[in-house]
Design a binder for this molecule. Structure first.
Ligand code: GDP
Ligand code: IMO
Ligand code: MG
Length: 429
């Protein structure tokens, strides 16, 4: 079928946006299937840099872009993003952007709750992006969310608002947040409804028809396996399933439609927000990785924590998401390091583990076991062919491949779209 599902295999920010944009050239449709505007995907094409939080990265190549039902959508953030990228020259209209009419909204009260809870949690905070993503998903599974299909049905909308506020009012009082009246929320929604209405459609039908007609689809994951609400470092995770298996449910297609599972993996490790990070480096080497890799959040600007490549976690992601091939990104960031380390297992007391256990205190107790590798001085930045890579870089890539049990299909050597080494075509052609 030739479809590809792209997911992050670490803690996010692996370079999914760059890879999607590069692959989109040969795809017809790009679909987001989970997360919300907690995501930050950066795409660099020549002198232009695009930053997306909600829009699928296919819009740069002018491909039909779908925000699936599994995404929670802040309509104000979406409209702002549309205006921002239009100002950069991209075309966004209902012919290129479809918003699932059964997707749930992120409302200002979700952002309030996210921030107030984080502020109260102090040292116990998750380190969320503050975009209201967790509370919005809570309302979705609590069956009180407002969906795009509700916006045009005033009577139903009023009843839904009552139900939603009956839940939120006691929470807000407990957190000293000001009251939200039904009238005020209704007025906000009335105002935004006509602006988003042209995009809202039964996205599953659009996708189903396209797949039936042989169109090629790219499923664009946000966040990553280690931030998955089930499989990640819970509770230091996001509130959605981020694994490849979510692509079908979050887009409204069958599981076979996902096609080839392409995991995006950074050549070292980063994490933003709180939570376990066994191979974290809090020393000068970590600083150097952060500086060289420009490890600051795409949308939040937060400094990312950095560490050595952890093959245990990536191998776990390969298993959980059925990853068939990976794109190894940011190899160039490692240029000039005399030696490199790869975490190959964990030590807990006198035991060794080849996986990250589920419990938080067990996760905190694991000590990384490292294998040291020779670095390279020759620059890999911008390299586009395998034979131009220094021998030590080739060894590093091959080592990773052997440790994680998946093929490196592609290597990325700079933020620029075409700075790519293709070893195996993810589309199989
Ligand atoms: P995403 O959330 O997975 O899409 O990743 P982000 O866009 O948040 O972060 C990845 C950052 O690394 C972006 O600024 C990209 O422009 C940049 N990037 C992507 N691939 C490479 C690469 O191979 N080398 C370098 N140096 N930067 C890259
Ligand atoms: P992309 O798609 C990195 C992290 C937050 C926090 C946790 C929960 O750019 O890879 P949330 O706001 O989702 O409730 O925060 O998840 N997080 C990300 N970290 N990249 C992302 O997205 C992230 N989206 C959420 O930092 O630790
Ligand atoms: Mg990002």
């Amino acid at each position: 079928m030739g479809n590809v599902t792209v997911i992050g295999a670490q803690w996010g920010d692996e370079g999914k946006g760059k890879v999607i944009d590069w692959l989109a050239d040969r795809a017809d449709i790009v679909v987001r299937f989970q997360g919300g505007n907690n995501a930050g995907h950066t795409i660099v094409v020549g002198n232009s840099t695009y930053k997306f939080a909600l829009l699928p990265s296919g819009v740069v190549q002018g491909k039909l872009s779908i925000i699936g039902n599994g995404v929670v959508v802040d309509p104000w953030a979406l409209l702002e993003e549309i205006e921002r990228v239009r100002a950069q020259g991209l075309t966004i209209n209902p012919q290129v952007l479809v918003l699932a009419d059964n997707a749930c909204l992120v409302l200002p009260l979700h952002r309030d709750l996210d921030s107030a809870r984080e502020a109260r949690a102090g040292a116990g905070r998750i380190g969320t992006t503050g975009r209201g993503i967790g509370p919005a998903y809570e309302d979705k599974v609590g069956r009180r969310a407002i969906r795009f299909c509700d916006l045009g049905d005033e009577a139903a909308l009023k009843a839904k608002i009552e139900r939603l506020l009956a839940h939120h009012e006691p929470l807000r009082r407990g957190l000293d947040l000001p009251e939200v009246t039904a009238e005020a929320l209704l007025a906000l929604l009335r105002e935004v409804a006509p602006k988003v209405a042209p995009y809202a459609q039964p996205a599953w039908r659009v996708l189903g028809a396209a797949i039936g007609a042989g169109r090629r689809v790219l499923f664009e994951g946000a966040q990553a396996t280690m931030l998955d609400v089930d499989h990640g470092t819970y509770p230091y995770v996001t509130s959605s399933n981020t694994v490849a298996g979510q692509a079908a449910a979050g887009a409204g297609v069958g599981p076979a439609a996902g096609g080839y599972v392409l995991g995006i993996v950074k050549a070292y490790a980063t994490r933003v927000g709180e939570g376990p990070f066994p191979s974290e480096l809090t020393d000068e080497t970590g600083e150097r990785l952060g500086q060289r890799g420009n490890e600051f959040g795409t949308n939040t600007g937060r400094k990312r924590r950095c560490g050595w490549f952890d093959s245990v976690l990536v191998r776990q992601s390969v298993a959980i998401s059925g990853i068939q091939g990976i794109v190894l990104t940011k190899l160039d960031v490692l240029d000039g390091f005399e030696t490199l380390k790869i975490c190959t297992g964990y030590r807990v007391g006198d035991r060794t583990l080849d996986y990250l256990p589920a419990g938080l205190s067990e996760q905190a107790a694991v000590q990384p076991i490292y294998e040291e590798m020779e670095g390279w001085t020759h620059a890999t930045r911008g390299v586009r062919s395998w034979r131009e890579l220094p021998a030590a870089a080739v060894n590093y890539v091959r080592k990773i491949e052997a440790l994680i049990g998946a093929q490196v299909a592609v290597v990325s050597t700079s933020p620029e779209r075409d700075d790519i080494i293709m070893i195996r075509d993810p589309f199989g052609k």
